[in-house]
Design a protein around this ligand. Structure first.
Ligand SMILES: Nc1ncnc2c1ncn2[C@@H]1O[C@H](COP(=O)(O)OP(=O)(O)OP(=O)(O)O)[C@@H](O)[C@H]1O
Length: 345
């Protein structure tokens, strides 16, 4: 069942469309991550759904009801923002109970709910701790418990882990995903960090200038970025001009295979770095390694081709196989990692 629906939602600031006729559906129990560069309209989307921003045109539906004119506190949405804005003068319990008091829940029931939520976010018994005695990660959990306490239909997170260091973020993302799965929460999360978005979501939405550039499962978007914008946003820079005929494309990197049924004629191709395989210098496309960057579980190589007009190629290589900078190598491209990109709208 669809819980949230945006129908051609447009928000204009002056002459700029922060959101431009956006359509989106989020199913019950689904976690959707909205991803995109700064200024692409992510926060505006959340604000419109929360009722903090009126759309100029279009409609927002929650659980089948048009939200036009419905104020924020009656929408049944939970919000957790980047600067998690805990009340410093209240203790942890007071913070988590905040939304419950607003809803006039009785003290005993509220206490029970607070205890249950603190348990859930991994801070059992922390009710009386002052919030300024908590670490960043603990404060984040309190903010999450506070947002979840009124059992919102939809939980919205805006850069929920933005301030935290990488290791903690990676751990919390796993915990959040597990928690949302267990609670069956429907989540719309905004982040500019693709790792976080992909790890958290059942589905990702990539925004570009107030429009949805692509939506799909993390795997679909990662394996098949729809456009050059999405590909580059995900950090894929092996993009090249191509002329497609049948199942091959002519490029300055040689003839590359494209999937059957590909649009013939001029276009642009992405070659995912994982599909750039190194072989003997005598085989495949001759190239020289110009740079080599250690990336933890692999090495990123930048390869130069003899043709000075040809864009450099990035290859992703296992640590033990990575040649030194200056080495000569041959390159073979795996058809499974070649993507014919849609023209930019
Ligand atoms: N209140 C406002 N008044 C004028 N312009 C605004 C306002 N809020 C947002 N904008 C503009 O709308 C566009 C989209 O902003 P938005 O905050 O939604 O982007 P974002 O993708 O969330 O960016 P970030 O990742 O930097 O938070 C931007 O160009 C922004 O400058």
């Amino acid at each position: 069942m669809t819980l949230l629906r945006l129908d051609e939602v447009t928000v204009r600031f002056g002459r700029r469309d922060a959101l431009d006729a956006v359509d989106l559906e989020v199913a019950e129990h689904e976690t959707v991550s909205v991803l995109g560069p700064s200024g692409s309209g992510k926060s505006t989307m959340l604000r419109v759904v929360a009722g903090l921003q009126r759309p100029d045109t279009g409609r927002v539906w929650l659980a089948g009801r048009d939200q036009g004119g419905v104020p924020t506190h009656r929408r049944g949405v939970g919000l957790m923002f980047q600067d998690h804005q805990l009340f410093p003068q209240r203790d942890v319990g007071g913070n988590v109970a905040f939304g419950l008091r607003m809803r006039k829940m009785g003290r005993a029931e509220a206490d029970r709910r607070v205890a249950e939520l603190l348990e859930l976010v991994g801070l059992p018994g922390a009710q009386r701790r002052p919030v300024d005695s908590l670490s960043g990660g603990e404060q984040q959990r309190v903010a999450l418990a506070r947002a979840l306490a009124p059992r919102p239909k939809l939980l919205m997170l805006d850069e929920p882990l933005g301030q935290l260091d990488r290791g903690l973020r990676e751990r919390l993302v796993v915990e959040l995903r597990e928690l949302f799965g267990r609670l069956g929460t429907t989540v719309l999360a905004v982040t500019h960090d693709q790792g976080e978005a992909f790890a958290l979501a059942d589905r990702v939405v990539v925004m570009e200038n107030g429009r949805i550039a692509q939506t799909g499962t993390p795997l679909e978007v990662w394996q098949r970025p729809a456009t050059e914008f999405v590909a580059r946003f995900l950090g894929f820079d092996n993009v090249v001009e191509a002329i497609v005929h049948g199942e091959v494309a002519d490029t300055v990197w040689g003839k590359l295979p494209v999937p059957p049924g590909s649009r013939p004629g001029p276009g642009r191709l992405l070659v995912r770095p994982a599909g750039v395989r190194l072989t003997d210098p005598e085989e495949g496309l001759a190239c020289t390694v110009v740079a080599r960057t250690f990336r933890g579980d692999h090495v990123a190589l930048i390869l130069r081709l003899p043709d000075p007009a040809a864009p450099r190629l990035e290859a992703s290589c296992a640590l033990r196989d990575a040649p030194e900078a200056g080495a000569r190598a041959g390159v073979v491209i795996d058809p499974a990692d070649v993507v014919l990109l849609d023209p930019e709208p």
